[in-house]
Design a protein around this ligand. Sequence first.
Ligand code: V47
Ligand code: SF4
Length: 360
Amino acid sequence: MTMLREIESVLAANDRLTSSHALWLYGNAPSEWLREAADEIRRKLHGERAFYNRNIHFEPTNKCVYACRFCAFARTADQGPEDGAWDHDLEEFDRILRAKQPGTITEVHITGGVHPDRGVEYGEALCRKVHEVHPTAHVKAFTAVEISFFARKSGLSLEEALRRLQAAGLGSLPGGGAEIFDPEVRRKIAGGKAPAHQWLEIHEVAHGLGLRSNATMLYGHVEEHRHRVDHMERLRDLQDRTNGFMAFIPLRYRNENNALSHLLEVSPEEDLRNYSVARLYLDNIPHLKAYWVMLGVELAARALEWGVDDLDGTVDDSTKIYSMAGAEDQHPAMTTARLESIISAKGRVAVERDSLYQAV
Ligand code: V47
Ligand code: SF4
């Protein structure tokens, strides 16, 4: 039996693909086969529904103790506005939140640089502020890398730090900071920040406390297909134990203004193939998100046919991390009407979701 026939029979029996299957798919599967296979799994999971939400991002600071080589966003603590550094205080956050009418957003996504002076108390203050101004909004905040630093700074265990944030109103964790788990690749692109086992431990502890989370994968730089498979295998294994991940979010490396700018970006076809392999391999993470801000609207819409069921949200010009790294849209914002029309143009039913994927 050829490998493709073997994989087809595994899928037909609703069985699980092995890592060798996934690796083979990356290198060998015909693109149209991949698209159709992933689309079928997507349909079994979600029917014709495709999701979006109404959110804003808040990036409190881009001052960061780390210097990930792919990052165009971070500045050092001693840099100032003339170098493109910012450090918003709570009053500024209050102003940003009050600029939104009550009830017009369901989620505030908070993530930023790892500021050397800020511990868990700062995270708590941000969560409380959201609830003060938008009592019904969900706070999805702080990557595992930020949580790891908060805990260390405040002299707390990871669990204590997460409990404190949860008590202050944290609702779920975003998927950032995962990058690529393989230690060798991670050392090359993100040396120094929370290692893979700690990222995974933080999500495991969060899931144990009833906090759901997402998982990202930064691909298309120095990694090979085997590293992507290894990354997804670690997520799949953790999800088997906790069932706390809601969405997997592949993020294509964007190559402007960073220390890896000599690398070319992968092609749109590679992006689409990557979504499909992820949909087929990660059988236990329900949602697959094409983050339109990173991918561009046109490609995110195409991704809906390659296994994707979620486009993220309105965002409303509230994030800089991608525009600084070369994303086409310098002021990313979408109306719900536009998100709905992108989804309906693909023959799908647009569903506004909340942060836990319940229809609004
Ligand atoms: O971890 C940084 C990535 C992530 C670049 O959970 C880059 O719903 C590409 O995690 N090229 C942070 N990627 C953003 C993130 C996220 C975004 C949207 C939704 C959710 C969610 C999570 O951004 C970082 C890193 O992997 N990133 N620089 C770059 N040059
Ligand atoms: Fe800091 Fe995050 Fe940029 Fe790394 S990716 S340098 S942790 S802001």
